[in-house]
Design a binder for this molecule. Structure first.
Ligand SMILES: [Zn+2]
Length: 99
Protein backbone atom coordinates (compact mmCIF):
# COMPACT_ATOMS: atom_id res chain seq x y z
CA UNK A 1 0.00 0.00 0.00
CA UNK A 2 1.34 3.36 -1.01
CA UNK A 3 2.12 5.98 1.42
CA UNK A 4 -0.55 8.59 1.66
CA UNK A 5 0.80 11.90 0.65
CA UNK A 6 -0.33 14.87 2.52
CA UNK A 7 -2.69 16.81 0.40
CA UNK A 8 -1.38 20.21 -0.38
CA UNK A 9 -3.70 22.76 1.04
CA UNK A 10 -5.87 23.80 -1.83
CA UNK A 11 -6.57 27.24 -0.64
CA UNK A 12 -2.99 28.16 0.06
CA UNK A 13 -1.87 31.11 -1.96
CA UNK A 14 -5.32 32.26 -2.72
CA UNK A 15 -5.75 35.89 -2.01
CA UNK A 16 -8.22 36.42 0.73
CA UNK A 17 -11.28 37.76 -0.91
CA UNK A 18 -13.15 40.59 0.49
CA UNK A 19 -16.64 39.39 1.00
CA UNK A 20 -19.27 41.39 -0.71
CA UNK A 21 -21.68 42.91 1.71
CA UNK A 22 -24.77 40.77 1.91
CA UNK A 23 -27.40 42.39 -0.17
CA UNK A 24 -29.73 43.82 2.36
CA UNK A 25 -33.06 44.63 0.87
CA UNK A 26 -33.45 48.30 1.47
CA UNK A 27 -36.70 48.79 3.32
CA UNK A 28 -37.55 51.67 1.07
CA UNK A 29 -37.88 49.39 -1.93
CA UNK A 30 -40.38 47.26 -0.04
CA UNK A 31 -42.55 50.19 0.90
CA UNK A 32 -46.07 50.74 -0.43
CA UNK A 33 -45.02 54.27 -1.35
CA UNK A 34 -42.39 52.91 -3.71
CA UNK A 35 -44.84 50.40 -5.17
CA UNK A 36 -47.20 53.29 -5.80
CA UNK A 37 -44.46 55.39 -7.39
CA UNK A 38 -43.67 52.50 -9.73
CA UNK A 39 -47.31 52.12 -10.59
CA UNK A 40 -47.74 55.79 -11.37
CA UNK A 41 -44.48 56.47 -13.20
CA UNK A 42 -45.31 56.88 -16.89
CA UNK A 43 -43.17 56.20 -19.95
CA UNK A 44 -42.46 52.60 -19.16
CA UNK A 45 -39.46 52.19 -21.35
CA UNK A 46 -35.76 52.72 -20.86
CA UNK A 47 -35.01 56.45 -20.91
CA UNK A 48 -31.74 55.71 -22.69
CA UNK A 49 -32.43 52.98 -25.24
CA UNK A 50 -36.20 52.67 -25.24
CA UNK A 51 -36.24 49.02 -24.27
CA UNK A 52 -39.36 47.84 -22.49
CA UNK A 53 -37.71 44.76 -21.03
CA UNK A 54 -36.50 44.32 -17.46
CA UNK A 55 -37.19 47.89 -16.46
CA UNK A 56 -36.06 49.33 -13.20
CA UNK A 57 -37.37 52.57 -11.81
CA UNK A 58 -34.24 54.60 -11.29
CA UNK A 59 -33.50 57.63 -9.17
CA UNK A 60 -31.86 60.11 -11.54
CA UNK A 61 -30.02 61.55 -8.59
CA UNK A 62 -29.35 58.56 -6.41
CA UNK A 63 -30.79 58.49 -2.94
CA UNK A 64 -27.26 58.10 -1.59
CA UNK A 65 -26.42 61.35 -3.32
CA UNK A 66 -29.38 63.12 -1.80
CA UNK A 67 -31.90 62.55 -4.58
CA UNK A 68 -35.57 62.67 -3.67
CA UNK A 69 -37.08 59.27 -2.87
CA UNK A 70 -40.43 59.67 -4.50
CA UNK A 71 -40.39 62.80 -6.62
CA UNK A 72 -41.52 61.69 -10.10
CA UNK A 73 -39.12 64.25 -11.54
CA UNK A 74 -36.25 62.35 -9.98
CA UNK A 75 -37.47 59.03 -11.34
CA UNK A 76 -37.12 57.40 -14.71
CA UNK A 77 -37.31 53.91 -16.09
CA UNK A 78 -34.10 52.26 -17.17
CA UNK A 79 -33.52 48.80 -18.55
CA UNK A 80 -31.39 46.57 -16.35
CA UNK A 81 -28.14 46.99 -18.33
CA UNK A 82 -28.45 50.76 -18.39
CA UNK A 83 -29.42 50.85 -14.75
CA UNK A 84 -26.40 48.75 -13.84
CA UNK A 85 -24.09 50.97 -15.88
CA UNK A 86 -25.45 54.12 -14.31
CA UNK A 87 -25.29 52.67 -10.81
CA UNK A 88 -21.69 51.55 -11.33
CA UNK A 89 -20.73 54.99 -12.59
CA UNK A 90 -22.34 56.71 -9.62
CA UNK A 91 -20.59 54.31 -7.27
CA UNK A 92 -17.23 54.96 -8.92
CA UNK A 93 -17.82 58.67 -8.72
CA UNK A 94 -18.60 58.46 -5.03
CA UNK A 95 -15.49 56.35 -4.51
CA UNK A 96 -13.43 59.10 -6.09
CA UNK A 97 -15.06 61.52 -3.73
CA UNK A 98 -16.75 63.39 -6.52
CA UNK A 99 -20.37 64.14 -7.01
ZN1 LIG B 1 -31.59 50.82 -21.82
Amino acid sequence: MGKLKAMPPRVAGMAPRVRAMPKVADRFYQSPEWAEARRLQPNKWCAICGSTKRLILDHKVERKDGGADLDPLNLEWLCLPHHNTKTAEAKARRARGGR
